[in-house]
Design a binder for this molecule. Structure first.
Ligand code: NIG
Ligand code: FE
Length: 421
């Protein structure tokens, strides 16, 4: 039967059990079962427990299960949830990487027309088929790193047709590719050349002409904005995100990434699902996120790639925040699909423990997409989205730095990736 399998004798079954975001100290408890078993039927988890418990409850029908995987010697985790990416885009920007090494800043490059607007012109030029193909390849790469649910943003169109083209690409890929895609509308990612010096008018255009169409046609679940000095102000962000909430979209947005302008506090005020980046978040802003249950989504690959100071992950967890980790995969500030790189950076430079980093990449990533009831942990009733590591413990992920140790990926109970073909 499809989506039907059992993994037996699992050396370390990392369940991350729970149906809500883990905040503060709870992030340290991965609810591990040694010598475990995991049963999936019709794509949904129906048993999680020890091998001994499995034998006790199901002595007769074990041999009926066609797909039995031996988990001896391996660590088994929930599929990773990459809750912040920009994986649909045309063109690349390796020149900017080299300019930054020479001393140019990300914002300098953006101000002189490069950066996001450079990808905007390549994405406008790309056909839908070209975008489908390159995004499909990136999804394959993400899947090989154990990602089974990914968020993807528009934001490289900044005009009606191209924003919608990006969102439709994600909708189609969600049907054809095993990785589940959650779409976010990021029409306010930058001020396009046609609106230079007229950012209020551009927000008006996004608000009146694109957002209603996105919402009516169910092209996105979330709305995002680049709330940043020299991009969109806190006031403009409030205006757009308020409207998005009125239309039934969740909000999650780029806040206090490069300059502290109060995006963190705005996220708390609005009851955003997540506030993302937060490199410059204030102490009080962080405490507000914790109080209001807003997930702090941290993207250490971006701080690494831009050589900016890392977000204060340790402080956030100590203040009671629920922290999620994501790649921020995009062609400018952070071109990587590598989950082990993100986890290595989060542990080494944000002082998260390996356990906290795993919670951040699973159940908290799921919660950052309002999917905590469906994915992000190995619990009965959740989707059978599973990663088998070619290692005895999750602790090898940060320790074996930057190297992909994923052996097998299972999506809704089906093996969709195996390391050796
Ligand atoms: O999350 N900061 C804004 N957006 C992306 C970068 C996009 C780009 O440079 O193309 C980010 O870092
Ligand atoms: Fe981003």
């Amino acid at each position: 039967m499809s989506g039907d399998l059992i993994i037996r004798n699992i050396a370390e079954l990392v369940t991350c059990s729970g149906f809500e975001a883990k905040s503060g100290e709870a992030m340290s408890d991965l609810k591990i079962i040694n010598n475990g078993a995991l049963r999936i039927e019709d794509g949904v988890i129906t048993f999680v427990g020890s091998e001994a418990e499995w034998e006790l409850i199901s002595p007769d029908n074990q041999s009926d299960i066609t797909n039995t995987i031996d988990g001896s010697g391996f660590s088994v985790l929930p599929g990773f949830v990459d809750s912040h990416t920009h994986f649909v885009f045309g063109g690349y920007r390796p020149d900017e990487f080299a300019w930054r090494l020479r001393g140019d800043s990300y914002m300098d490059i953006m101000k002189r027309g490069g950066g996001i607007n450079s990808t905007v012109s390549s994405t406008r030029e790309a056909s839908k088929e070209e975008l489908l193909e390159s995004a499909n390849n990136r999804l394959n790469s993400m899947l090989s790193f154990g990602v089974t649910t990914v968020e993807g943003k528009s934001g490289y169109g900044l005009d009606f047709d191209t924003e919608i083209k990006q969102l439709k690409v994600m909708k189609e890929l969600n049907k054809s590719h095993p990785v589940d895609i959650v779409s976010t509308f990021l029409g306010a990612h930058a001020i396009p050349p046609e609106y230079l010096g007229k950012s209020d008018q551009y927000i008006g255009f996004v608000l009146d002409s694109v957002l209603p169409y996105v919402s009516e046609n169910e092209l996105a679940e979330f709305c995002d904005i680049f709330c940043e000095d020299h991009v969109f102000s806190v006031e403009q962000s409030r205006r757009l995100l308020n409207r998005a909430q009125t239309l039934g979209l969740g909000v999650k947005f780029h806040a206090d990434e490069i300059v502290r302008i109060g995006g963190t506090e705005l996220a708390a005020e609005l009851g955003a699902v997540s506030a993302d980046h937060l490199l410059q978040a204030s102490d009080e802003g962080i405490r507000m996120l914790a109080r209001n249950g807003v997930i702090a989504t941290l993207l250490p690959g971006t701080a690494f790639g831009l050589r900016e100071p890392y977000a204060r992950g340790r402080f956030m967890i100590d203040q009671g925040c629920a922290v999620a980790l994501a790649t921020d995969l995009n062609p400018g500030s952070c071109y990587t699909e590598s989950i082990p790189l993100i986890i290595a950076l989060a542990t080494l430079y944000m002082n998260l423990s390996p356990e906290e980093a795993i919670s951040a990449m699973t159940i908290n990533g799921a919660a950052a997409l309002s999917r905590q009831n469906e994915v992000g942990s190995l619990d009965v009733g959740k989707l059978g989205d599973v990663v088998i590591l070619d290692a005895p413990s999750y602790r090898y992920i940060p320790y074996h730095m930057g190297v992909n140790q994923v052996k097998t990926v299972i999506k809704r109970g089906k093996v969709v990736y195996s390391k050796n073909g």
